[in-house]
Design a protein around this ligand. Structure first.
Ligand SMILES: *Cc1c(COP(=O)(O)O)cnc(C)c1O
Length: 407
């Protein structure tokens, strides 16, 4: 996917537009499976919430992955993408018993993260195998909004409540076939992750019928060359060895499961925008683009840093810019960024735009959500049309008087 390819996508489909490179997703999938090659039964369930376009889902389960979902709608998208129900796991937080029942009836593996639902589900359906989400209270680093393992976190059943879990399991006679943790995004320190894994192994010993142990995700990806990232190869080596030893002692074949989102799709995505205005103020030069936090909220929400390249003038003299959007409130993508000289009409490409970008897009300021393109086998495939004005009106019900005026 060269700059030329990307510029052609804009020519054909206009801007702003998201472009995903299928080959990058494949590369990341293979990197993770190969890091854990010593584990006989490995299963990767892609976290759909990172990027949920059904063509992307189809590509990913085509590689051999399953899907990790957090809502019944994600489950339905997974099924619509052709993924079999028994390759999907449902890991919601705080959803109703009814939603869990509906998903279970579709043949999807259920993962329960609170004692109340565990008891209700176990009482009603003692024969349906269930996975339990444990909170080991280990923080694996990263932004506080995306760290979910700490003591005040709403996620998972506290490790201190294992005795209560066991009582529910005994009383209901339910079948626990998996245990799970997800310590949150941005694992920097492998030893911290291994420490959390030990807690999970200890917990696993209480459940004799496990088929899998799910270590969640949170792998950190680089946002620019030289950035720190999770050393997947080292993790695969160390956790793989430890897992095999545990499975042997456990006395039953176990599957090691992960649910990577960002790791698989973050680097695959580029977000392409057009520069509407170059505005010189007394203190800075603004490049104002035809997008905003309505389309890419991560810089404003998490302070995440996306590299920005001027693909229309890649070899231009570098200057400092503040790249901002067109939303009518503070809407900064990047401050004081060194970028090849920008002219109005240039196309800027944001890197790491695969995960949590399009899926968090909104219609704020009544703008259309962008188009999406999948770059696969050397070709650009439009996989979602840009919205239109009809989409903004869709579902709105005008009051009678207004209906008469607009007819
Ligand atoms: C969001 C989420 C993931 C994916 O996290 P990444 O940091 O994108 O890899 C995995 N598991 C669960 C339960 C999640 O909620």
């Amino acid at each position: 996917m060269t700059n030329k390819d990307l510029l052609r996508v804009v020519q054909e489909h206009d801007s702003p537009v998201y472009v995903y490179n299928a080959e990058t997703i494949t590369r990341q999938y293979k990197r993770l499976t190969s890091a854990f090659k010593k584990v006989k039964q490995l299963r990767l369930n892609y976290a759909v919430k990172a990027l949920s376009n059904i063509s992307v889902l189809q590509h990913i389960h085509g590689l051999g992955a399953g899907l990790d979902t957090v809502s019944i709608q994600e489950v339905r998208l997974g099924l619509a993408s052709g993924c079999p129900a028994d390759r999907i796991i449902f890991t919601p937080n705080g959803v109703s018993l009814e939603e869990i029942e509906s998903v279970s009836k579709m043949g999807v593996q259920i993962n329960i993260d609170n004692l109340s639902i565990l008891e209700q589900f176990g009482t009603k359906y003692p024969n349906i195998p269930v996975c339990i989400r444990i909170n080991p209270h280990v923080m694996a680093g990263g932004n506080t909004n995306i760290s979910v393992g700490h003591i005040d976190s709403k996620f998972g059943i506290s490790i201190h409540q294992v005795p209560h879990i066991l009582r529910i399991v005994e009383n209901t006679n339910m079948n626990i076939n998996g245990i799970h943790m997800h310590t949150g995004s941005d694992i920097l320190d492998i030893d911290v992750f291994l420490y959390a894994s030990e807690i999970l192994f200890d917990t696993a010993k209480n459940f004799p019928n496990l088929d899998f142990i799910d270590f969640g995700s949170g792998f950190k990806v680089p946002y620019k060359t030289g950035d720190i990232e999770t050393n997947i190869e080292e993790l695969g080596d160390k956790l793989g060895t430890r897992f095999n030893a545990f499975a042997k002692a456990y006395g039953k074949p176990l599957t090691l499961t992960f649910e990577p989102g960002k790791f698989l799709v973050s680097e695959a995505g580029k977000f392409l925008v057009n520069v509407n205005v170059v505005k010189q103020t007394t203190s800075t030069v603004f490049a104002q683009v035809d997008s905003g936090f309505n389309h890419l909220i991560r810089p404003m929400l998490y302070g995440s840093r996306h590299e920005i390249h001027n693909i229309s003038n890649p070899n231009g003299r570098e200057r400092f810019y503040s790249v901002v959007g067109y939303i009518c409130e503070t809407d900064t993508f990047a401050n004081n960024r060194r970028i090849a000289e920008i002219s109005e009409g240039d196309i800027l490409a944001f890197s790491n735009a695969g995960a949590y970008c399009f899926t968090m897009a909104s219609n704020y300021n009544s703008r259309y959500r962008p188009a999406e393109v999948l770059w696969k086998d050397g070709e650009a495939h439009l996989i979602r049309k840009r919205e239109t004005f009809e989409d903004l009106l869709h579902n709105q019900i005008p009051l009678k008087e207004l209906a008469e005026v607009t007819q």
